[in-house]
Design a protein around this ligand. Structure first.
Ligand code: DX5
Ligand code: ZN
Length: 219
C-alpha cells in the first residue's frame, strides 16, 4: 500500500498543534520533516527541538529529511528527538556507507536521497543497506516548486533494481506531488509520497490528503 507523508514545511507554524491534529485524523501514514541549514540548501527551517515537539503531538512515524552539511554531527540529536527514519543526502556524505550503518545501528530506518542532477546509479553500492531511497523531484530547499518529470526515470530504475536484486527498500518521492503527479510516480514504483504545499492548501488538510489518496485509489 502506498504511504502518504505530509511535509510540515508548508504548515502554518502558529497553528502547528491543530494542523498536526488534522494530519493525525487523516489517512496520512508518516510525517515528513524538512531540516534545512542555509548552507547545503539556501533556506533555514528548524532543528531537533521542533522534531521533539512534533513527536509529542503525533504517534505517526517521523520521517526526517536532512538537507544539512555534515549530517553525521546531528544524527544523534534527531534520533533523540524521536526520528523514526533519517534520510541523508548523497551530496553531503563523504563516507556514506558509514553514515547509513550508523543510522541503522540506532535501530531506526536509514534513507538516502539525491539532488535532481545527481545520477541515481551512484546509489547502487548502498541499495543493499538502505531502508529507503528518496528521489528529489525538485531542487531541495523550498516547497511549492514544479515537479521535474525526468525524475520518474529514477523511480523506474530503482524499481527494476529492487526486482533484479530482490531488495525491499522503499522508494519515496519529494517535490511537486499532487493528485496529478501522484499516479504517474506510483506507476513507476514509488510507494511513499511526500507532499507539502498540496496538503496544506487552503488549510483543508484532511480533505487534501483524501484527494491525494483518491488519485492513487487501489494502490
Ligand atoms: C523540499 C522539501 C520538500 C517540500 C515539498 O526541499 O524536501 O519536502 O516540502 O514541498 P511541495 O510538496 O510543496 O513540493
Ligand atoms: Zn523533504
Amino acid at each position: 500500500m502506498v504511504k502518504i507523508a505530509p511535509s510540515i514545511l508548508s504548515a502554518d507554524f502558529s497553528k502547528l498543534p491543530e494542523q498536526i491534529d488534522a494530519i493525525n485524523k487523516s489517512s496520512a501514514d508518516w510525517i515528513h520533516l524538512d531540516i534545512m541549514d542555509g548552507n547545503f540548501v539556501p533556506n533555514i527551517t528548524f532543528g531537533p527541538l521542533v522534531v521533539k515537539g512534533v513527536r509529542k503531538l503525533s504517534s505517526l512515524p517521523l520521517d526526517v529529511h536532512l538537507m544539512i552539511a555534515n549530517p553525521d554531527d546531528y544524527i544523534d540529536d534527531f534520533y533523540k528527538a524521536g526520528a523514526d527514519i533519517i534520510t541523508v543526502h548523497y551530496e553531503t556524505c563523504t563516507h556514506l556507507w558509514r553514515t547509513l550503518e550508523y543510522i541503522k545501528s540506532l535501530n531506526i530506518k536509514a534513507g538516502v536521497t539525491l539532488n535532481p542532477a545527481t545520477p541515481v546509479n551512484l546509489l547502487d553500492p548502498v541499495l543493499d543497506l538502505v531502508d529507503m531511497v528518496l528521489i528529489m523531484s525538485v531542487e531541495p530547499g523550498f516547497g511549492g516548486q514544479k515537479f521535474i518529470p525526468e525524475m520518474m526515470e529514477k523511480a523506474a530504475y530503482l524499481h527494476n533494481k529492487k526486482i533484479e536484486k530482490k531488495l525491499n527498500f522503499d522508494i519515496e518521492i519529494d517535490g511537486g506531488i499532487d493528485p496529478e503527479t501522484a499516479p504517474l510516480v506510483v506507476e513507476k514504483g514509488v510507494n511513499i509520497l511526500v507532499a507539502g504545499s498540496f496538503v496544506f492548501k487552503n488549510n483543508q488538510i484532511e480533505q487534501n490528503i483524501k484527494s491525494l489518496r483518491d488519485s492513487i485509489s487501489g494502490r
